[in-house]
Every structure is written in structure tokens, then in C-alpha cells.
Design a protein around this ligand. Structure first.
Ligand code: UN1
Length: 511
């Protein structure tokens, strides 16, 4: 038995997994057959008959049935269910990390970190389940109480990407569940076993809690047609989608057309500014982790480095030296820092971006495919450093690969302008020991991103903060802070406990 099969068996995933699971019930979809291969070495991992758009309705029916029950379960009891999910996730941490490594190609440390992110959001959601509070507002009328309540919203559609095949679902599902909403999950068809592994964990908890309705948690492994059906379904009041800007635009428009709510977490074009006062050791480590972590395939990956003229030469030289020595190869092996790209199209997109960068006057270091010392049939690459003009067209685009575009600046205002001059607005950072520079970057006139850091990199956010970004990144916020509110509907209550009927705004209306 392979490591993956062992992990699946321990989780309780069927030997021949099926692409639709509602609670504990699984069945094949009516779409085409789909083979899943590992990015590590191209080895086959699973063959599934995918879900198709027509399969969605029955799953939504089950979610609605579950909603009728779940919405009236006291929120702290809903939290107790999530607490048990968190316990099972702890128990299966390494099994799920194995699936993440084999399906997404993440090094073991990052795969374990992603599962930890799921556990963290469970803990957060459990606490949140006792804090779904509205405000009491001073009423202008005597003996009146003006207050707001948050109520469950309904079944939620979650569309996630291959690069965070488990954590992004957990950010959404754990909050949705404590908020009283069932979840229908369409994972990337590149990482179905990760999704089925998570669903198996939920299944274990459902078994221990027979009163919890099975339709609370469903998975449909399918392609874009299933995503479109989710976006178009008027019975899913919120659709949370993570992926490319093109995908998010299509989902956002379809959801808006039916006046639904969407939570979009799309592409980033994340940058770090390094100023002359920066701690260069700290900056170097942060730059390398942010640029090459997950092989440059995080939405928070560092794509642009904006470095002051005075420190540029030495920093660029040190980055290149570190890049030349990076352990690249099988992500299961201890000590590896860089695993493979997800697949051949990702490699082709990286090469196309590098060719374009050269045409646009860039100087390219690295970026080539590695064939020695790595498993065969995987797309392992040397990370690239590209010195280029900030106005080059290729710099405006998110290429999901380890390419770091480097540009120089002289004046901080110019650096901030350069920083903000891209369509995306997810994560950003400044490295400086100068409080004026740091606070300027964090101010209204500074970074225009949803995540703005000082002396740490762009990737690797904690779950406690709201996660998401502006402009082409889609504007949604998920995970921590008050992101829970998007999973609920707000009711404003005016309660009159007087024996008069005073009208607001002092209106007289005497019968
Ligand atoms: C993503 O790439 O879609 O901040 C999410 C990070 C992770 C989440 C990334 N906590 O890099």
C-alpha cells in the first residue's frame, strides 16, 4: 500500500472514491471520467467520474433540508460540532498533510502548516459560536428597544483552488457551520482526494452526532460547469470562491445577476519594499520564503521586489546566491524547500512569462526546468529572479510560479506608487527600521492591499485576521476578525414596550 492509500484508509475514504458525497453518502457524478496524477512524479492517484452541473440540485436539496434543522440549533452547540471536527483534524493531521503533499506538491512542512491552519480556524470558530452578536442601539422613541440580530443565511457554495486544497474550505466551512449554514464544496479537480479526506473527517464526526443533519457538509468534485451552476443557483445565498481573477469575475457576475452575495478571494501581485534601513537578514529570509514557498503558487506569493538603489545590488546578489543552493526536489523528503509546480500547463505558463519578460527588456536569472536529482515526470524548476522595468506588461499579471520581478527605487513615494500600480491588491510588506516609512506604508496613502505587513513577508497570514484583498483580488474577506458576518443575515428589530405609538422622525399621524 502506498503512503497515500494508507492515509486514505485511515481517514476512511473509499478505495474507489466517488466524486459526490453528501454527509456520509457517496455516489459517482454524471460527468466525464477524470484521472488525478501527482505533481511529484506523475503517478496516478485516483480515477473519478466527475460531478456535472445537473448533479447539483439533489445536493442543494439535502443542504436545504439540513438548513431547516441546523439554523435552529443554538450556535454554541453548532460550535461543539466544529470542536469535534477540530479534534478529528488533529488526529488525522499527518494523513491530510500526506494528501496535500501528494496532490498539490507541497513540502511536508507547508502541508502540515496548511492542516494546522484548518485546526486553528476550528478553534477560532468554536469561540466565535458564542459571539455572534448584534448591537443594541439607542432608540429615539421612549420605551423602545432598537437592536440587531444575526441569523443563519442558508446553504453556502464554496469553490476552492488546488494550491490550498484544504485550508480555504475550512476557513469557510467552520465559520459557516457555527453561523448555521450548510456547505457545498467544489474543490479543484486537481486535488479531489484532499477534499474527500476532509469530508471523511466530517463524516466521522457526523457518525458520533446522529442528530446533526448529513446535508450539512457535501462535496462535488467537478469542473467549471459545476462552479457555474453553484454561482447561478438562487438557492445558495452566498458563494465563496478562491482562484483566478478570470474565474472570480465569471462567478461574481453570475451571483450578482441573481442578487446573491459573493466572497471573492482572487489573484495577487504581491510586493515587498526594502528600504535602506531594513534588517537585511530578516528581509532575505522573508523574501525567499514568500517567493518560493509552495513553489510560488500561493495567492500571497511574493511576485515583486521593490528595492532601494542603495541596497539593491547586494540584496539581489544574496537572493541569487540563496536560490543557487536551494534544495529542490521530492517534497516528501526532509529538508526540501521547493517541490514541483502543479502540472505541465503551469510550467508552460512560467516559461511563457519568462520569455515575455526577456522581450520586454528583463534580465532573467534561473527559471529553467530541473531534470537531475528530482523525480521523473514532475515539473521541478529553479526559481527565477527577473530584473525588469516596473512598467513592463508581464509585471502586471499574476503568473502562478516562482518568478520574482525586481525593480529599484530612489524615493519612497515613488516606491509606493509603483507598488500600487498593478490591478491586484492582496498582500504587501515593507522592510524598514524607520517608523515614518513603516507608518506611511500602513497609512491611507500607503499600500492599497488587504494585507499590509511590516518586517514580515507577504505570505503565511495567521487565521485570526481577515484575509482577502482589493481591486482585482475581489474585495472579499474570509477567515478571522469579523469575516463571520458575511455568512449571516442581519435583522434590525424595533421593540415597542410602551402603550403609545410614537412614530420616528416625529411624524404626527392621528387617526
Ligand atoms: C491562498 O493562497 O489561497 O497567507 C491562501 C497565506 C496562507 C493562505 C494562502 N495562510 O499564505
Amino acid at each position: 500500500m502506498s503512503t497515500v492509500q494508507q492515509a486514505l484508509a485511515r481517514l476512511g475514504v473509499l478505495e474507489h472514491p466517488e466524486s459526490i458525497v453528501v454527509g456520509g453518502q457517496s455516489y459517482p457524478g454524471s460527468g466525464q471520467t477524470h484521472k488525478v496524477r501527482s505533481p511529484i512524479d506523475g503517478s496516478p492517484l485516483a480515477s473519478l467520474q466527475l460531478a456535472a452541473a445537473a448533479d447539483l440540485e439533489t445536493v442543494v436539496d439535502a443542504a436545504h433540508t439540513a438548513y431547516q434543522i441546523w439554523r435552529s440549533v443554538p450556535a454554541p452547540h453548532r460550535g461543539e460540532f466544529v470542536r469535534q471536527v477540530g479534534d478529528r483534524l488533529r488526529f488525522h493531521k499527518s494523513d491530510l498533510a500526506t494528501l496535500v503533499t501528494w496532490e498539490a506538491g507541497k513540502i511536508t512542512q507547508e502541508a502540515l502548516g496548511e492542516v494546522q491552519e484548518m485546526i486553528d480556524i476550528c478553534d477560532f470558530a468554536v469561540g466565535q459560536s458564542r459571539q455572534l452578536y448584534g448591537r443594541t442601539i439607542a432608540s429615539e422613541r421612549p420605551q423602545h428597544r432598537l437592536a440587531e440580530q444575526y441569523h443563519p443565511l442558508g446553504p453556502i457554495g464554496v469553490i476552492s483552488a488546488f494550491n490550498f486544497p484544504v485550508a480555504v474550505w475550512a476557513w469557510n466551512a467552520m465559520l459557516a457551520w457555527v453561523c448555521g449554514d450548510p456547505v457545498i464544496w467544489k474543490p479543484s479537480e486537481k486535488t479531489p482526494l484532499c477534499a474527500l479526506g476532509c469530508q471523511a473527517v466530517v463524516q466521522q464526526v457526523l457518525k458520533d452526532n446522529p442528530d446533526v443533519p448529513a446535508g450539512l457538509s457535501s462535496v462535488l468534485v467537478g469542473q467549471a460547469d459545476v462552479g457555474q451552476a453553484i454561482a447561478a443557483s438562487p438557492r445558495l445565498p452566498l458563494v465563496s470562491a478562491t482562484g483566478s481573477t478570470a474565474m472570480g469575475r465569471a462567478v461574481g457576475q453570475a451571483v450578482a445577476a441573481r442578487l446573491g452575495r459573493s466572497l471573492l478571494e482572487l489573484g495577487g501581485n504581491n510586493a515587498i519594499i526594502v528600504t535602506p534601513s531594513a534588517d537585511s537578514e530578516l528581509a532575505l529570509r522573508a523574501i525567499v520564503f514568500s517567493a518560493v514557498g509552495t513553489c510560488g503558487q500561493r495567492c500571497t506569493s511574493l511576485r515583486r521586489l521593490i528595492v532601494h538603489d542603495r541596497v539593491a545590488d547586494s540584496l539581489i546578489q544574496r537572493i541569487k546566491a540563496v536560490y543557487s543552493d536551494l534544495p529542490i526536489g521530492n517534497p516528501c523528503h526532509d529538508g526540501m524547500l521547493l517541490g514541483p509546480l502543479i502540472d505541465e500547463p503551469a510550467f508552460a505558463a512560467m516559461q511563457a512569462a519568462l520569455a515575455e519578460a526577456r522581450e520586454q527588456g528583463g534580465t532573467v536569472f534561473g527559471g529553467e526546468r530541473l531534470l537531475q536529482g528530482v523525480p521523473e515526470n514532475g515539473f521541478y524548476v529553479k526559481p527565477a529572479v527577473v530584473e525588469i522595468d516596473p512598467d513592463a506588461a508581464v509585471v502586471q499579471r499574476e503568473t502562478f510560479a516562482p518568478i520574482l520581478y525586481v525593480m529599484r527605487y530612489d524615493d519612497l513615494d515613488d516606491a509606493i506608487a509603483m507598488h500600487n500600480n498593478v490591478p491586484q491588491g492582496l498582500a504587501s510588506a515593507i522592510f524598514t527600521n524607520d517608523v515614518r516609512e513603516a507608518e506611511t506604508f500602513c497609512s491611507a496613502a500607503g499600500s492599497d492591499c488587504g494585507i499590509v505587513n511590516v518586517n514580515i513577508g507577504t505570505s503565511g497570514a495567521e487565521i485570526g485576521g481577515a484575509f482577502g484583498g482589493e481591486k482585482d483580488t475581489g474585495g472579499g474577506r474570509e477567515s478571522g476578525s469579523d469575516a463571520w458576518k458575511v455568512y449571516m443575515r442581519r435583522a434590525t428589530n424595533t421593540i415597542n414596550y410602551s402603550s403609545e405609538l410614537p412614530l420616528a422622525q416625529g411624524i404626527q399621524f392621528d387617526l
